[in-house]
Design a binder for this molecule. Structure first.
Ligand code: M6R
Length: 602
């Protein structure tokens, strides 16, 4: 979703802003812009609908500048268009604002404070910057005081970067619910939506908490609360390698990230294997989890799908009853909770607004929680009682791949650690099994051509497709369908194979692609029966099986992995199906339409 970069101090501000925005492209956007003030205090605004590459063609990189803010916009209020792109200026041009989030009371603010003011855009952001000017002019406030006053009346989510043209040696920032960080440098300071945007310039970051006012100059950062109390907060080092953010020799991030999965499995083994050979996590986490009578996994999208596999691991290995919930539903209607609940938030980014809202609720109720995330220091990591990291390296492609398998692997790590603590042993050697998974992934990845061929022959012309499976295969089917639909735009649905005949089979026509996942011998015959049913109605089927369930005619037979971990192998094939289908259709694999990587609005 929207990305923010701001910079004040020595350097070519335009270059820093543009390169930072390029690092935030992965979040998803439809227009972009930057605002800079030059050494002679002249203001310059550049914005364009579409890609940053287009913005670059209009930016004057020769200007000698001292401060600037930049933004990538993912449309919420008003369509993607140049006039709706940020930065937005106040009516006189004195204040310039970038914003990530949604201002809920923008209509009311407009009626109350902006009577007679003509606005240039349809955005809530322009209303925010206009009311900052309103307070400065009508209440004779300084730029900083006017900003603070505006923050006191704005309701909703925001990360703001603000420049007051009359005071160009200062930049302001504030946040509520939406992510924003301070980057500290030598002779400059920055703000950015995430550390990737600034990592080429600094690895020192300071978190901003909700409802704080930040004042930045080239040499100083001041954090204060809305009562004016100054807060001293140390910087932390972001462990990001700038080279992780590059595609290298790969044409797309998605295929690079798919290929990285065996390495991620091995890294997780290294990170979590304890001296006794099995997996270990912090004692306080095991204690809190084993004191729980029920676990609630809360997550969105792909992370939610990983949660279903996590549930099966916790129930099978630790006998811990586990429910899986969608964050956006859970936050506003809690299920009937058990007496001693424990909450697990699965979130690659650690910034997803729906999940964060659910965690806020859980924290209000005073229950213990764990965030499993890829981003150290992210909001959900900071606000939960415990954190486990995915160690997957930055995931840039919007379609999540290595984060999904890392989430399942970390749930396996957790289940293994808990089983050892609870029973003194586990029913499976998880370290060994995950290392077998890593090798199996490599074997599958070596078969890309075969998968490409099937996808090219069967999926390029279809409008819809189905994934079916039972038990763990059904959970993978959900993820596989999301992967295919989100990047290839083929309407793809996942069904528990046994449910087809209860309605959905009506949609199967001559040539409809149906991909059956069959890795569990206990239900293999039943799923094969369901495959026959759709074949009889004209479906074009593909069967993905494993050595223990394979039949000679199956399209893809997976290498053997432990029965509890089959999703980690199956999904590699279906990720590749999505990738090759999308390539074949000529779409941008990494940046699908309408989607954002980090969904920071509810
Ligand atoms: O960062 P999160 O894991 O919280 O994100 C949740 C979903 O938005 C995300 O998994 C989304 O469904 C994927 N990008 C889909 O590939």
């Amino acid at each position: 979703m929207c990305g923010i970069v701001g910079f004040i101090g020595q350097g070519n501000v335009q270059e820093v802003l543009i390169s930072g925005l390029e690092k935030l492209e992965y979040r998803g956007y439809d227009s972009a812009g930057i605002f800079v003030i030059d050494q002679a205090n002249q203001a310059h605004l550049f914005k364009e609908e579409g890609r940053i590459a287009k913005l670059k063609t209009v930016v004057d990189f020769e200007l000698a500048t001292k401060v600037g803010i930049g933004h990538t916009r993912w449309a919420t209020h008003g369509p993607a268009a140049k006039h709706n792109a940020h930065p937005h200026q106040s009516p006189s041009g004195r204040f310039v604002l970038v914003h990530n989030g949604v201002i809920e009371n923008f209509n009311q603010l407009r009626e109350e404070y902006l009577n007679g003011v003509t606005l240039q855009s349809q955005t809530d952001t322009e209303i925010a910057v206009a009311i900052i000017e309103h307070f400065a002019v009508n209440e004779d406030l300084s730029g900083k005081e006017a900003f603070k006053k505006a923050l006191s009346v704005i309701e909703g989510s925001y990360a703001f970067g603000l420049i007051d043209v009359e005071n160009p040696d200062v930049m302001y920032a504030a946040k509520n619910k939406s992510p924003l960080l301070i980057g500290k440098g030598q002779g400059f300071n920055m703000i950015c939506s995430d550390a990737m945007a600034g990592i080429a310039y600094t690895n020192q970051y300071i978190e901003i908490k909700d409802k704080e006012l930040i004042t930045l100059t080239a040499d100083q950062v001041t954090i204060e609360d809305f009562q004016g109390q100054v807060i001293d907060r140390p910087a932390y080092v972001a462990e990001l390698d700038a080279s992780d953010l590059e595609k290298g020799t790969y044409p797309y991030y998605m295929i690079k990230e798919i290929d990285e999965q065996p390495a991620v499995m091995r890294r997780l083994i290294q990170e979590y294997q304890g001296p006794n050979g099995h997996f270990e996590v912090e004692a306080s986490l095991t204690k809190d989890l084993l004191a729980a009578d029920r676990v609630y996994i809360v997550a969105c999208g792909t992370s939610n799908h990983a949660g279903w596999v996590g549930k099966s691991l916790l129930e099978k290995l630790v006998k811990l009853p586990t429910e899986v919930h969608l964050s956006s539903e859970f936050a506003y209607q809690l299920p009937l909770l058990s007496e001693h609940p424990f909450f697990i938030f699965l979130t690659q980014s650690g910034e997803t607004a729906d999940s964060r809202q659910a965690l806020v609720k859980v924290n209000e109720l005073g229950y213990p929680s764990l965030t499993i995330t890829n981003v150290k220091g992210s909001t959900l990591s900071r606000e939960a009682s415990h954190t486990l990291l995915l160690h997957a390296g930055p995931e840039i492609a919007v379609a999540s791949t290595k984060a999904y398998t890392a989430q399942i692997a970390v749930m396996a790590v957790l289940a293994d650690a808990l089983a050892h603590e609870k029973y003194g042993q586990s029913s499976m050697d998880m370290v060994r099994e995950l290392s077998i998974v890593a090798s199996a992934m490599e074997t599958i990845l070596a078969d890309k051509d075969k998968i490409n061929e099937w996808a090219s022959q069967n999926l390029l012309a279809t409008r819809n497709a189905f994934y079916i499976g039972r038990l763990l295969d059904y959970y993978v089917a959900m993820e596989s369908a999301l992967k295919l639909k989100e990047i290839s735009y083929i309407q793809t649905e996942a069904f528990a194979a046994g449910e087809l005949k209860h309605g959905t089979i009506a949609l199967v026509e001559e040539g409809t692609p149906v991909i059956g996942l069959i890795t569990d011998p206990s239900v293999a015959a039943h799923t094969r029966g369901n495959i026959e049913e759709v074949r009889a109605r004209g479906a074009q089927t593909m069967v993905i099986s494993t050595k223990v369930t394979a039949k000679a005619e199956d399209d893809f037979v997976l290498p053997s992995v432990h029965a509890n971990l089959t999703p980690l192998a199956t999904v590699i094939v279906t990720q590749l199906i999505a990738y090759f289908t999308t390539l074949g259709k000529g779409y941008d694999v990494d940046k699908p339409r309408n989607l954002a990587k980090s969904v920071t609005v509810e």
